[in-house]
Design a binder for this molecule. Structure first.
Ligand SMILES: [Cu+2]
Length: 472
């Protein structure tokens, strides 16, 4: 069934959502979710092809608000359990501390599985078998939802208050729209771990894509306290924050299929999670996580549709031209831009000319800043392309995007990973390509007004521009 208002294009885009996942039937290790009676016709829960209930995750400021009573009851019950119990509030947060991937392409699927098993635990602990996790849409609701400042849902470690918004440069509609328009999966959703990896691969520091580096990381850091650390799931808002990140992956899938990287698709998050009964989940393979209907949920922003499994049109990303420069010289002071001149090669410039891309291909032009050490103070990094460093601000035409770190400060990062951040700069570069030398400006600023951040700003060890062609 196609929603009445669906256009042919949006329906075809929607079919792309089934990329690699079987629509019918649950993935391995998915026992027991969503099979309970929901009994609540109001939220539009339905069934998929094999009779499994599809719960609907709604906006916490709208249709999702009704889920908060069960959420509170479950959290209270989980906090009453000894921390040795795998369903306790502490043990659930420690799953993140021990296993969470950041700065690589496992970020999105791992957190999807984490939310899904957490949802099962909430069902068991609240007795609400139809519970669906609500999401916090920080774009339409930039302050933490009021319900999360009282009682069980409050976290007293937060460093912001009820009226402090998430920055528009991280969560504003134009920023989110630009992120959802990135054709290349890795630039959007963080980069693949090399298939040569053998040890601790889900935490291999690869590259941080736009969705993770900007709204995800900056919301964590802006809230602060537990939310700035690997124990962020101790804050009840964590789960609604990640639910919105997961929803945005679904939004991206309306336009783009998930890529075919086999090391990624066949990777197993073995023994990471526990189910609603508190039992270890032995195996969760990444490509069982692509289809939310098969997992037993959809977002209220997804079409309410039964669809047939369609083979995805997997696109292959090929770097067709690139230029890389090592950064020399000292870092700039906090609040001052470091300028790195990049000499565009003829090969890169040619690729930026209108009409150069092959028929049916899509192009992403990716800027990478590599080797960024997590700083000692909470900061954001503003990146600009072209123009003058003096007077540049996130309102200026040369602004690319802001990124933040997670964990927010070095002291909370036990692995001391150096980060690589990725930016889509196609539209900007096309305008600027005529100039042979193109400055990249990197400016470090305190994350929030009123916090101290002193000394040197971050300094990338190298800057790279790649033209990536995506073709079926
Ligand atoms: Cu997170």
């Amino acid at each position: 069934m196609i929603p009445k208002d669906a256009t042919r294009r949006s329906f075809l885009q929607f079919l792309g959502l089934v990329a690699g996942g079987s629509l019918l039937g649950c993935p391995p290790g998915n026992g027991g979710n969503g099979n309970g009676e929901n009994g609540d016709g109001e939220n539009g829960n339905g069934e998929n092809g094999d009779g499994t209930t599809i719960v609907v995750r709604g906006d916490v400021m709208g249709s999702g608000a009704g889920a908060l009573d069960s959420y509170r009851a479950a959290i209270d019950a989980m906090k009453a359990l000894p921390s040795s119990d795998p369903r306790s509030w502490q043990a659930q947060a420690e799953i993140h501390l021990d296993h969470c991937p950041h700065g690589n392409a496992f970020f999105l699927p791992w957190h999807r599985a984490y939310l899904q098993y957490f949802e099962q635990v909430i069902r068991a602990m609240s007795g609400d078998s139809g519970f669906a996790l609500p999401y916090w849409n920080w774009t339409t609701q930039p302050t933490i939802p009021p319900a999360f400042w009282a009682g069980t849902l409050n976290d007293p470690t937060r460093v912001i208050g009820p009226t402090d918004p998430m920055p528009a440069s991280a969560v504003g509609q134009p920023v989110i729209d630009a992120i959802l328009a990135i054709a290349d999966f890795e630039t959007f959703g963080s980069t693949f771990v090399p298939s040569s990896c053998t040890v601790n691969c889900q935490r291999f520091p690869a590259g941080t894509g736009a969705l993770e580096g900007t709204p995800h990381n900056i919301v964590h850091g802006t809230i602060g306290g537990n939310m700035g650390t690997y124990l962020s799931p101790l804050d009840p808002i964590f789960w609604l924050h990640h639910c919105n990140v997961d929803r945005l992956w679904v939004e991206w899938n309306k336009s783009f299929a998930n890529p075919g990287n086999s090391f990624w698709r066949t990777f197993d998050f073995a023994d990471n999670f526990v189910d609603g009964a508190g039992n270890n989940v032995a195996s969760v393979i990444v490509d069982t996580l692509f289809d939310t209907f098969a997992l037993g949920y959809r977002y209220d922003t997804q079409p309410e549709a039964e669809i047939e499994a369609v083979a995805p049109e997997a696109k292959t990303a090929t770097v067709v031209a690139s230029v890389e420069v090592e950064t020399t010289g000292p870092a700039a002071e906090m609040g001052t831009a470091l300028t790195i001149p990049v000499q565009l090669s003829a090969e890169v410039r040619e690729r930026l000319e209108p009409g150069i891309e092959a028929a049916g291909a899509e192009t992403t032009v990716r800027l990478s800043l590599a080797g960024l050490a997590t700083p000692d103070d909470p900061v954001v990094v503003n990146v600009y392309l072209g123009g003058e460093a003096a007077g540049a601000s996130p309102g200026s035409p040369n602004f690319v995007r802001s990124v933040g770190f997670f964990p927010t400060v070095a002291a909370d990062d036990p692995m001391h990973h150096e980060r690589t951040f990725l930016f889509d700069v196609g539209a900007k570069l096309a305008q600027l390509a005529g100039a042979g030398s193109l400055p990249v400006h990197v400016e470090t600023q305190p994350l929030r007004a009123g916090i101290e951040a002193a000394g040197a700003g971050v300094r990338p060890s190298s800057v790279k521009i790649e033209v990536i062609e995506l073709a079926a």
